[in-house]
Design a protein around this ligand. Structure first.
Ligand SMILES: *[C@@H]1O[C@H](CO)[C@@H](O)[C@H](O)[C@H]1NC(C)=O
Ligand SMILES: *[C@@H]1O[C@H](CO)[C@@H](O)[C@H](O)[C@H]1NC(C)=O
Ligand SMILES: *[C@@H]1O[C@H](CO)[C@@H](O)[C@H](O)[C@H]1NC(C)=O
Ligand SMILES: *[C@@H]1O[C@H](CO)[C@@H](O)[C@H](O)[C@H]1NC(C)=O
Ligand SMILES: *[C@@H]1O[C@H](CO)[C@@H](O)[C@H](O)[C@H]1NC(C)=O
Ligand SMILES: *[C@@H]1O[C@H](CO)[C@@H](O)[C@H](O)[C@H]1NC(C)=O
Ligand SMILES: *[C@@H]1O[C@H](CO)[C@@H](O)[C@H](O)[C@H]1NC(C)=O
Ligand SMILES: *[C@@H]1O[C@H](CO)[C@@H](O)[C@H](O)[C@H]1NC(C)=O
Ligand SMILES: *[C@@H]1O[C@H](CO)[C@@H](O)[C@H](O)[C@H]1NC(C)=O
Length: 426
């Protein structure tokens, strides 16, 4: 008896202190400076919880960049609001001190960013509606740059009408991203986001880094639900690239997720401006897509290098015209157990501001369940298996595929014509 008491006493005295910082709030004032000052002093950057309390609507009127964090939990149990007026946000984004996202991390170990399951609290409101209605595309803030974190969690976060991309994870590893909710749905006619610079629209999750598991996330938005890219942060921040060298290798799983209204699950764009892309081991499963432009796609840029494909997408792309041009290559792609309905009635997605639209594929009829828009010698072992689709009009489901671009059975008759699965594709 005595012994065990002593033991528990000893346990408590050696345990290191965990401290909690309750972020103070003043009505009408920016609540970020008070938080920044304690972090700058080095407090609460180790073994600490930084708590935005339930019952308070915090003003995050200026961007914040967290210093390096060790075992820190950021808990958002109250509401957070960005400035409600567009010029204030634009000025902060344009400022030299803007850290690249409204909330930016500069690295850390064992960092948790969490919201709450309480439906009425824990929302981060970016007031995107007024940006969409004004078709305002200049200096849009990006959301949460969870960068350079080793062992991290993003859970139960709830974003209300975010303006730019929502979460990015560049340079991070061993992340679990679960139960997050992104609501970027417009309640007016304005599309979130009507823009020709699509790469800056409200992408849900931009995955960079290694060993990332996404689970049970819900994304209702106007661009990619998920993009997987080398240097994902850069891909969404700028449209034009200057030969960056990105060699992130990804081991990534996505499951039990729901995407609505956007452009789908994407790998890429990779290989922009001749960059070296390297993406590996991506698994996407049990995902429901509603009103989505694509279910899953892979896109890369003509002239890119590395391990990828030559889906030339977005208006800058031209098909490679000779073998002189380097191209990204893809290997071992499997699209399996897809089931859905193709909206083959005339339809223009809200992001189409050019004619032809940025996603137009020459010759496509809108009845295609699979488009392999490949170029010679760029793809190895790409297979579509157990695909079941119908068109809304009842018209025959078709495929696009060019036999000169594939060297093995792709799981269906490779032609521009009706979808006819082969033995491999059943
Ligand atoms: C921050 O830490 C310093 C010592 O490291 C301490 O004196 C100060 O009271 C702390 N401030 C807060 C707000 O915790
Ligand atoms: C944080 O806690 C860990 C384990 O509980 C301990 O090893 C470490 O020294 C603590 N760090 C600081 C800065 O107190
Ligand atoms: C990691 O952080 C959590 C809180 O988010 C804490 O409970 C845990 O002890 C930390 N792990 C280590 C190894 O320090
Ligand atoms: C928190 O913010 C969300 C989104 O703006 C809002 O719907 C909700 O009513 C707010 N909660 C409270 C208690 O004000
Ligand atoms: C091939 O395309 C590149 C870039 O689009 C262009 O600069 C070049 O002139 C083209 N070459 C031929 C032979 O068409
Ligand atoms: C094309 O690939 C080769 C071999 O990998 C490399 O040496 C060359 O720099 C690349 N060229 C361009 C324009 O990226
Ligand atoms: C084929 O896909 C459907 C979903 O569309 C799934 O229910 C079924 O189990 C799959 N069949 C096989 C043999 O995997
Ligand atoms: C998108 O913007 C273009 C050009 O400003 C405009 O013509 C078009 O009506 C807009 N579409 C939507 C859906 O807002
Ligand atoms: C298939 O691709 C080759 C070049 O790889 C091209 O010459 C041919 O026109 C294409 N066929 C169709 C039907 O698009």
């Amino acid at each position: 008896m005595m012994k065990s008491l002593l033991c528990s006493f000893a346990f408590f005295s050696f345990a290191s202190a965990w401290s909690t910082f309750i972020v103070p709030h003043t009505d009408g004032q920016d609540d970020i400076p008070a938080l920044t000052s304690v972090l700058t002093a080095g407090n609460y950057t180790n073994n600490a919880t930084i708590l935005f309390e339930k019952g308070i609507t915090y003003n995050i009127f200026t961007p914040i960049k967290f210093p390096f964090l060790n075992s820190v939990e950021i808990a958002i149990e109250g509401n957070l609001t960005l400035p409600n007026d567009i010029p204030t946000v634009q000025a902060a984004v344009a400022s030299k001190s803007y850290p690249g996202a409204w909330v930016a991390f500069s690295g850390g170990n064992n960092v948790t960013l969490r919201g709450t399951t309480d439906p009425t609290w824990g929302w981060v409101d970016a007031h995107g509606q007024s940006w969409w209605d004004a078709q305002q595309q200049t200096n849009r803030p990006h959301g949460w740059a969870f960068s350079k974190i080793t062992s991290g969690v993003i859970r139960d976060m709830k974003l209300w009408k975010p303006i730019g991309w929502c979460f990015s994870t560049s340079g991070s590893s061993n992340l679990h991203i679960l139960n997050n909710l992104i609501v970027a749905l417009s309640n007016t006619e304005s599309f979130p986001f009507n823009t020709s610079t699509l790469t800056e629209a409200s992408t849900g999750f931009s995955a960079g880094g290694t060993n990332i598991l996404f689970e049970n996330n819900i994304v209702q938005n106007g661009d990619d639900c998920l993009t997987v890219g080398s240097g994902a942060k850069n891909i969404h921040w700028r449209r034009v690239f200057l030969g960056i060298l990105a060699t992130a290798s990804l081991i990534l799983s996505i499951r039990n997720s729901f995407c609505e209204g956007g452009h789908g699950l994407s790998i890429g764009s990779l290989g922009s401006g001749g960059s070296v892309a390297d993406v590996e081991n991506v698994l996407i499963e049990t995902t429901t897509m509603k009103n989505s432009l694509y279910a899953a796609r892979f896109k890369s840029w003509t002239g890119g290098n590395g391990f990828a494909r030559n889906y030339w997408d977005q208006e800058d792309g031209a098909p490679p015209n000779s073998t002189v041009t380097n191209n990204t290559h893809i290997e071992d792609f499997l699209f399996e157990n897809f089931k859905g309905t193709i909206e083959d009635k005339p339809f223009v997605e809200g992001s189409c501001v050019t004619d032809p639209c940025w996603y137009a594929v020459p010759g496509a009829t809108g009845k295609e369940v699979i488009i392999f828009d490949l170029y010679q010698n760029t793809a190895t072992n790409i297979v579509a298996k157990n695909i079941s689709a119908e068109t809304e009009t009842g018209a025959q489901v078709t495929v696009m595929c060019n036999t000169t671009t594939v060297s093995s059975d792709v799981g269906f008759k490779c032609w521009n014509g009706p979808y006819v699965p082969t033995k491999v594709g059943l």
